[in-house]
Design a protein around this ligand. Structure first.
Ligand code: CA
Length: 230
C-alpha cells in the first residue's frame, strides 16, 4: 500500500483529502506545520507528498526545494492562488504537479494515482509497459508517441502531439495560451506566440473532432484559454 504525506495546515481540508485517499486504500499522514512536515518527508518513507504552499514554520517553496535535494518521489503542490502556481512553475522547484484550491477530492485522488503509477513505472524493474492515456475515443500511446482516434491512427506534428498530450494529462484544467506556450515551447510567450497555440489547437481539432465547430475534447474557455473535457 502506498503511503502519502499530506502537509496542509487547514485541518478540515487535510482530513477531507485524507478520507478520500483512504477510500482508495492509501495510508495518509497529516502534518500541519512546515518544519515538521519537512522533517517527516526527509526521515520517513513515503510514496508521494501533497504539499500546501502557505504553511506555518516553512513555506511549500522551501520544503519542495529541500525534499528535491534528496528525494525524487512525486510531489503535488497545492495553492489557494493561481498566481502562485505560475510562480512555482517559474522557479523550477521540481514539483510534479500543481493543483489550485478549491479542488474536488476525487480529482486529487485521480492525480495521486496517476503520479504513483508513473513513478512506479519509472523506478520499476522488469518489462515496462507502454504508457497509455485513454479518454473516450482518444488513445495516446506515450511510449510510442502515437495517437489513435476511435482505433484509427492519426499523424500529429511534435508540437501538436505534445500539446494534446499535455492537455489530456490534465483533464478539466483550464490553461491560458501563455501557460501552454511556456510549457510546450519551453519559453515565455512573447508577441504573436499565443497565436501559435491557437493555430495548433485548430489543427489538433481537425484531427480529433468530428465537428470542429462543436469540439468534444478541447474546449475553448473564452477570454482564458483551453481545457480538455472529460
Ligand atoms: Ca495553507
Amino acid at each position: 500500500m502506498s503511503k502519502i504525506l499530506l502537509i496542509e495546515d487547514e485541518l478540515a481540508i487535510a482530513e477531507l483529502e485524507r478520507d478520500y485517499l483512504e477510500l482508495s486504500d492509501f495510508i495518509v499522514d497529516i502534518e500541519t506545520d512546515g518544519n515538521l512536515g519537512l522533517d517527516k518527508a526527509l526521515n520517513k518513507e513515503y510514496n508521494l507528498i501533497i504539499l500546501d504552499l502557505m504553511l506555518p514554520g516553512m513555506d511549500g517553496f522551501e520544503i519542495c526545494r529541500l525534499i528535491r535535494e534528496v528525494k525524487n518521489i512525486p510531489i503535488i503542490m497545492v495553492s489557494a492562488k493561481k498566481d502562485d502556481i505560475d510562480k512555482i512553475r517559474g522557479l523550477g522547484l521540481g514539483a510534479d504537479d500543481y493543483i489550485t484550491k478549491p479542488f474536488s477530492p476525487s480529482e486529487l485522488v485521480a492525480r495521486v494515482k496517476a503520479h504513483l503509477t508513473r513513478y512506479e513505472r519509472l523506478v520499476g524493474q522488469g518489462i515496462k509497459e507502454n504508457e497509455i492515456i485513454e479518454i473516450r475515443g482518444i488513445k495516446i500511446d506515450k511510449t510510442a508517441r502515437r495517437i489513435f482516434i476511435n482505433g484509427e491512427e492519426r499523424i500529429f506534428t511534435t508540437k501538436e502531439y505534445d500539446l494534446l498530450t499535455y492537455l489530456a494529462e490534465h483533464p478539466n484544467h483550464v490553461f491560458t495560451k501563455e501557460e501552454l506556450y511556456q510549457t510546450i515551447w519551453g519559453m515565455p510567450a512573447i508577441g504573436d506566440d499565443c497565436a501559435t497555440v491557437t493555430v495548433h489547437i485548430k489543427k489538433i481539432r481537425e484531427k480529433i473532432e468530428e465537428n470542429t465547430s462543436k469540439p468534444q475534447y478541447i474546449e475553448t474557455i473564452w477570454g482564458v484559454g483551453y481545457r480538455f473535457k472529460v
